[in-house]
Design a protein around this ligand. Structure first.
Ligand SMILES: [Zn+2]
Length: 365
């Protein structure tokens, strides 16, 4: 502790509390891991939300340790969500579009599988459809991300405690599936929820919740905090298991707003994401042994935050959110870590290390 810090400690206790490094419990055993993925959320997207808030504290300001994740895939320096989801879920760099397997199509187990083997509870919450690339990386094993029927079969086999989001039509469309997969799930002992309200009213696991035919509506199209509400109900369910749990929660539409180059949609998505992350950080504050890792699978949109004028001698001339592409970019993405052993994530790393670090802390111990 340097002299300057000591001086501040003497004159301002609240300041010292805010900046106390002890806030992140270094040697606390990790019991629960909550991985939050902002799909396509690069540093500029996260920063756009901080700027929108005129630098009032956002969830990102609460991070106790910050790292950088290198997102390239096995066959492309610009990854898609399937390869990067597989990297974070299973710890291997694979080719774009492949899920839960290496480039040679050998299946690899996910962190959710390891957690289940160890007797922990497992949950997945997304605003996209549950057969989309990011959630599927945690239960699917397919060479092509479009193979939704096989992904659903893998999902049923994996029997995670909670899988909720959109995607009803992927389970029921006779052109996609050989039989109604919702009825199959119910036959196999799953609780099925057709609306968020039905989901909030049950805790009988395993639960599959499909709240829309395709993706769940974007934040700009509704007036509910769906992502936060669904996540917190999921954590309540998973918390029943005294051994602990693994959960993955995705703000899926950040990516979609950026693909559309729509700054207004992006703002609404970041607002929803901020509420989610703050709620989960609060949860970690009151649930000992909880580690929260917030990151992205890749950057989308080539988002930049441009000054309204090239004349830097002027005062503020406004900042505009601009997009450089309707696709993904090769920029690395930030990692914001909070809670038990968060310090392990305060470095530059491969996206596969997110898997290996979580596995070391939660499974291998
Ligand atoms: Zn995308």
């Amino acid at each position: 502790m340097n002299k300057f810090f000591l001086f501040l400690l003497a004159v301002s206790i609240p300041f010292a509390q805010v900046y106390s490094a002890d806030k992140s419990p270094k040697n606390e055993k990790v019991k629960n891991v909550i991985l939050i993925i902002g799909d396509g959320m690069g540093l500029a997207a996260a920063s756009s939300w901080m700027i929108d808030n005129y630098y009032a504290p956002t969830c990102f300001d609460r991070a106790q340790f910050v790292g950088i994740s290198k997102t390239y895939s096995a066959n492309n320096r610009v990854t898609d969500s399937a390869a990067s989801g597989t990297a974070m879920a299973c710890g291997v760099k694979t080719n774009n579009s492949m899920l839960g397997m290496g480039p040679d199509t050998t299946s690899v187990p996910s962190i959710a599988w390891y957690a289940k083997q160890k007797g922990l509870s497992t949950g997945i919450v997304v605003t996209s459809h549950v057969c989309d690339a990011t959630p599927s990386a945690f239960y699917g094993h397919v060479p092509k991300r479009s193979m939704s029927t096989k992904i659903i079969q893998d999902m049923l086999e994996a029997r995670l405690d909670v899988v909720v989001g959109g995607g009803r039509s992927y389970f029921t469309d006779p052109e996609k599936v050989p039989e109604n997969m919702i009825e199959k799930a119910i036959r196999e002992g799953f609780t099925y929820a057709d609306t968020p309200e039905e989901f909030y009213a049950t805790s009988k696991t395993p639960i599959i919740g499909l709240f829309a035919d395709g993706s769940y509506p974007m934040a700009i199209e509704r007036d509910t905090d769906f992502l936060t509400d669904a996540a917190m109900h999921t954590l309540d369910i998973l918390d029943e298991n005294k051994k602990g749990f693994f959960a993955m929660i995705e703000g899926s539409h950040i990516d979609h707003a950026e693909h559309a180059n729509n700054a207004e949609q992006l703002t609404f998505e970041m607002e929803e994401f901020d509420k989610l992350v703050n709620a989960v950080f609060d949860y970690a504050d009151t649930h000992k042994g909880t580690l929260v890792v917030v990151t992205a699978d890749h950057e989308t949109g080539g988002v930049t935050l441009l000054s309204g004028s090239k004349d830097f001698t002027k005062g503020d001339t406004g900042i505009e959110v601009k997009f450089g592409t309707t696709g993904h970019s090769g920029s690395p993405v930030p990692i914001y870590a909070y809670g038990a052993s968060a310090w392990k994530f305060g470095q530059v790393m491969e996206n596969t290390e997110i898997f290996s670090k979580i596995k070391a802390l939660l499974i291998d111990k």
